[in-house]
Design a protein around this ligand. Structure first.
Ligand SMILES: Cc1cc2nc3c(=O)[nH]c(=O)nc-3n(C[C@H](O)[C@H](O)[C@H](O)COP(=O)(O)OP(=O)(O)OC[C@H]3O[C@@H](n4cnc5c(N)ncnc54)[C@H](O)[C@@H]3O)c2cc1C
Length: 387
C-alpha cells in the first residue's frame, strides 16, 4: 500500500486520539499543556454532533473538571437542585436535595451538542482532523503504525499511544454485551407547572423514565420495550404527551413536545481497557444504560485520569503507565456498571415481593441519611463517593 505523508498530518506523533466525541475532546484538551504531540481524529466532519438529540446530566464534579479546561458553557447548563426517585405502582420514594450537600446543584443538564460545541471551541484547527478514518493499526514494542484515510488519501503515521474514544463498540471478542431489550425515546417536553429545577427518576415496569430540567423544558428519557418504542415514535404529539402522562402519573402535565428520537440500550463492557500501545476510554470502554446519567461522567473521568498519568510519563505508551491507568480506573468503571445495571434489573422485575422490597429500599433511602448521602454523592462526585 502506498502512503502519502503530507500536511496537515504529521508523520510522528505521541498520542493519537480516535474519536472526537465529548470524551476524546476532553482528553485532547487535558493534554494541551503537555509536551506530547497530540492528534485527534473523527470519522465524521467537524460539527456533525450538531444533530445529536440527547441531553446529558452532568455531575457537579464533572462541571468542575470542564471548568478547569475552560470548556463549561454556563448558559447551556440547567441546574438540578432536587432529584425525586420513585416507582410506578408501588410505595416508597426518596428526595435528594443539593442544599443538603453544600453544593449549588446536584448536577446540570446540557444538550450533547452544546457540550460538544463548548469543547470543540477550545480546539485549534491543527488539533482535530475530520473527517478521517483509521484503516489499520499495527501495535509494536516502540509504537503503533497507523494507516489513516483523509480526503481520499491514505496516510501512514506512527504514534506512541493510540487512544480509542470512538464510542460504543460493535460486538467483538472481549466485549461483554447485555441487551436490555429496552429503547430510550428522547424528547424535549414542556411541563406544567414549571420544573423548578427538580429532576424525576421514575421506575416503571417498562423501564426507567427520567425527566431532566433543561431550560424551560424537561429532557425526557422514556425507556420502553422496542415494540412499544416504535409505537411511541409513530404517535402524533398529543398521543405521545398522553402516553408520557400515563407513564409518569398525575403530578405533572405536559403541554408540548419537540421531535422524538430512539436509542437501543445495551451494556457493553470491554474486559481489558489497555493493550500494547493502545487504551480504550469513554463509551469505547464501557457503554452503560442511561439510567442515573453515569456514562459521560464516567468517560470524562477516564479522560481526566489518563491525562494525569500521561503527564507523569516520558513515553506516552509506556506499559507501566497504561497498567497504572487500568488499575486506577477499575473501581470507578466497575461501580458505575454495577450501579446502573443493578438499578435496571432491580426495577424492571415485577414480582410482587420485589416491588415491596424496592418500596422498602426507597423508604430506607429517604429515612436513613447515610444511605441517601451515599447515593447523592455518587451523583455529585462519581468515584470519589466510594473513598
Ligand atoms: C439516551 C441517552 C441518554 C444519555 N444520558 C446521559 C446522561 O444523562 N449523563 C451521562 O453522563 N451520560 C448519558 N448518556 C451516555 C453518553 O451519551 C455517553 O456516555 C457519551 O456520549 C460517551 O462519549 P464518547 O465521547 O465516549 O462517545 P460518543 O459520544 O459516542 O462519541 C464518539 C465519537 O467517535 C467518533 N467515531 C466513531 N467511530 C470512529 C472511528 N472508527 N474513527 C474515528 N472516529 C470515530 C464518532 O463520530 C463520535 O464523534 C446517555 C446516552 C443515551 C443513549
Amino acid at each position: 500500500m502506498s502512503c502519502a505523508v503530507t500536511e496537515p498530518v504529521p508523520a510522528n506523533i505521541d498520542v493519537l486520539i480516535v474519536g472526537a466525541g465529548p470524551v476524546g475532546m476532553t482528553l485532547a484538551l487535558a493534554l494541551a499543556d503537555s509536551p506530547w504531540r497530540v492528534l485527534l481524529i473523527d470519522r465524521r466532519a467537524r460539527g456533525a454532533w450538531a444533530d445529536d438529540p440527547r441531553a446529558l446530566a452532568i455531575a457537579h464534579g464533572s462541571r468542575q473538571l470542564l471548568e478547569r479546561l475552560k470548556a463549561w458553557s454556563e448558559p447551556a447548563g440547567t441546574a438540578i437542585r432536587e432529584i425525586h426517585v420513585s416507582q410506578r405502582g408501588g410505595f416508597g420514594r426518596t428526595l435528594l436535595k443539593a442544599q443538603d450537600y453544600g453544593v449549588p446543584a446536584l448536577g446540570y443538564v446540557m444538550r450533547y451538542r452544546d457540550l460538544a460545541a463548548a469543547l470543540d471551541s477550545r480546539l485549534t484547527a491543527e488539533q482535530l482532523l475530520a473527517p478521517c478514518r483509521v484503516e489499520r493499526i499495527e501495535a509494536g514494542h516502540e509504537g503503533a503504525s497507523v494507516t489513516l484515510m483523509h480526503n481520499g488519501t491514505t496516510r501512514c503515521i506512527t504514534a506512541k499511544l493510540v487512544v480509542h474514544a470512538e464510542g460504543t463498540p460493535q460486538d467483538e471478542p472481549g466485549i461483554r454485551v447485555c441487551d436490555y431489550r429496552q429503547h430510550a425515546i428522547v424528547a424535549e417536553v414542556r411541563p406544567h407547572p414549571d420544573h423548578q429545577h427538580r429532576a424525576w427518576e421514575r421506575f416503571t415496569p417498562d423501564g426507567p423514565l427520567a425527566l431532566l430540567p433543561l431550560g424551560d423544558d424537561y429532557s425526557v428519557v422514556f425507556t420502553v420495550p422496542p415494540e412499544k418504542a416504535d409505537r411511541l415514535l409513530r404517535l402524533d404529539d398529543a398521543g405521545f404527551l398522553a402516553a408520557l402522562h400515563q407513564q409518569f402519573g398525575q403530578r405533572l402535565d405536559f403541554v408540548a413536545t419537540g421531535a422524538r428520537s430512539s436509542f437501543p440500550l445495551a451494556l457493553r463492557l470491554r474486559s481489558q481497557t489497555t493493550q500494547q500501545r493502545q487504551v480504550w476510554i469513554g463509551n469505547a470502554a464501557q457503554t452503560l444504560h442511561p439510567v442515573s446519567g453515569q456514562g459521560f461522567n464516567l468517560g470524562l473521568r477516564d479522560a481526566w485520569e489518563l491525562a494525569e498519568i500521561l503527564h507523569t510519563q516520558t513515553d506516552a505508551g509506556n506499559p507501566n503507565g497504561l497498567a497504572a491507568y487500568a488499575r486506577r480506573r477499575q473501581l470507578d468503571r466497575r461501580a458505575g456498571m454495577a450501579f446502573t445495571d443493578g438499578l435496571v434489573r432491580l426495577f424492571s422485575n415485577e414480582l410482587p415481593p420485589l416491588r415491596v422490597a424496592r418500596g422498602l429500599g426507597l423508604l430506607a433511602l429517604d429515612l436513613c441519611p447515610p444511605l441517601r448521602h451515599f447515593v447523592a454523592k455518587r451523583m455529585i462526585w462519581g468515584a470519589r463517593s466510594w473513598l
